[in-house]
Design a protein. Sequence first.
Length: 225
Amino acid sequence: MDIDLQMIVRLLLASLLGGLIGLEREIHGRPAGFRTHLLVSLGSCLFVATSIEFYRVYGNFSGNGPVGVDPGRVAAQVVTGIGFLGAGAIIREKASIRGLTTAACLWVAAAVGVACGTGLIMIAMVVTTIAILNLLLLKKVEYRLKRDTYSTVKVWSEDLAGQMARLIKLLEQCQLQVVKTSIDKDLVRGEIFFDFEVKSSARQMTCDVVEQIVATAGVKKVRFE
């Protein structure tokens, strides 16, 4: 196969495989979806293909000295550069973090592109298959696993004696474990603000925590996040 046609096939395959990985992210409404993964894989493939061409054209193969061109250096920079794009896909939302799976998908898409660029077609296809199966099938397994979830409960209340102890007891009755507590007192108004970071191991709370807290004497406002 002519080298130009060969590289074109590799670029097209990298686009296809990267797009397949991104398709799952697109279906689940993630910012980095089909087009982003396709472009990451395509760009990675082009970087490596260009590096190989540099090696072929400018390499010293006479045996009189060092080759002078290292085709692996560009691939190494792809690994470094994709980290910045992956970091942009990660979003922190209060006590939780979103986007780690999407960042990992971008990383894999880059690796698939590099593999296509070097001609490791079968390996690239196998990795793409594994990645898609992981995204589609293992998510169902993950959902069945018992796991801890973290939330934030914010309470505005009158500054009554023993109020924090009462609120913590209510949270524990709803099977919410208090992980961290912060308190803000307003001495002028005689009000107090509680910020509870709580952990739950159950899929559903055993009670309506908001209604329970609202019914507590002195409580003025509750927010559950």
